[in-house]
Design a protein around this ligand. Structure first.
Ligand code: HEM
Length: 206
């Protein structure tokens, strides 16, 4: 079906969401005169917007299968653009991280660890590979099977990483448990949708 020409579908949707995200990040950093506090607020803000777009993209197919309606069909139809918006949001996370490390090396060292580099680095490698293969031509180039393996493995890895990154903050700020709800919901929806799928037909012998 050809992409509809409005701002809520396709690449236009992506452009609209990215412009909104960038404007909000500049506004948030500006509230703290672009000092390190503002940059850290942007890191936390983009972690949360990334969570939203990741869940919308990774849960889209299961939701549309289980509850087909206008909203879930829109979400399913636009899941590629929601996924690329997640990558864009996390690119801003990376830029803000780089600013934080340059502006306050001691604070940055205290906020990170070897584990955050290893797990975060793997996360970013998946995000880059998934975003790069979110175009018709690149998706075709790697083939349907490799595409599915990459996006499935990457998706579950990122689900795990979001769970750890938000989960480790729960002991200090119990309300962080709320961020785990959409992650758990997406996981449950995918499992239920998979279980509801009809079993592949077997060829009877004889
Ligand atoms: C090398 C890669 C990464 C580094 C160095 C990094 C660094 C950071 C830092 C320093 C913070 C804390 C900011 C503050 O307290 O002021 C943070 C927060 C966070 N990051 Fe990243 N990050 C990386 C990759 C990722 C990835 C790949 C994900 C998820 C898939 C992620 C998810 C989060 C989350 C959920 C938070 C908590 C936000 C909050 O408190 O609301 N990060 N990151």
């Amino acid at each position: 079906m050809p992409a509809r020409q409005n701002w809520f579908e396709g690449w236009r949707l992506f452009a609209l969401l990215m412009l909104t995200l960038i404007a909000l990040c500049v506004w948030i950093a500006g509230m703290r005169q672009f000092e390190v506090d503002g940059v850290r607020m942007v890191i936390r803000f983009t972690a949360r917007t990334s969570l939203l777009f990741f869940c919308l993209a990774f849960g889209a197919a299961a939701l549309a299968r289980l509850w087909p309606n206008a909203w879930t069909r829109w979400q399913r139809r636009n899941r590629r653009y929601l996924g690329v918006t997640f990558a864009g949001s996390h690119a801003i996370h990376a830029v803000a991280i780089a600013c934080f490390s340059a502006m306050d090396p001691a604070g940055y060292a205290a906020a990170t660890s070897l584990a955050s580099y290893i797990f975060g680095g793997v996360g970013y490698a998946f995000i880059a590979a998934m975003a790069a293969t979110s175009f018709d031509r690149t998706a075709r180039a790697i083939g349907a099977r490799a595409w599915r393996t990459l996006h499935l493995t990457g998706g579950y890895y990122l689900l795990f990483q979001f769970t750890v990154s938000f989960g480790k903050r729960v002991p200090d700020v119990p309300l962080y448990v709320l961020f785990l709800v959409p992650l758990l919901a997406v996981f449950a929806l995918r499992m239920i949708s998979m279980a509801a799928r009809p079993a592949p037909r077997t060829v009877e012998a004889g």
